[in-house]
Design a binder for this molecule. Structure first.
Ligand code: ZN
Length: 69
């Protein structure tokens, strides 16, 4: 389960310039910050994703892995 968090990618946009970025859910979950590739602002990642949506992402990641086999 913990390993699965590394496989999940979460897409969001910079609140300042709207530049899109993708981080692993683990990064989001740990509350890490990233630097926006668009404007250079430091973005504080906040985990406001409902647990149901996270589970759906985990299921999706599992399904993709199964397809790759
Ligand atoms: Zn930005």
């Amino acid at each position: 389960m913990a390993d699965d968090l590394d496989d999940i990618r979460v897409s969001d946009e910079c609140p300042g310039c709207g530049h899109g970025f993708t981080v692993s859910y683990k990064t989001l979950w740990l509350g890490r910050t990233i630097e926006c590739q668009g404007c250079g602002e430091t973005i504080r990642l906040e985990d406001d994703t409902p647990i149901g949506a996270i589970q759906a992402l985990i299921d999706e990641a599992d399904a993709k892995r199964d397809e790759a086999r």
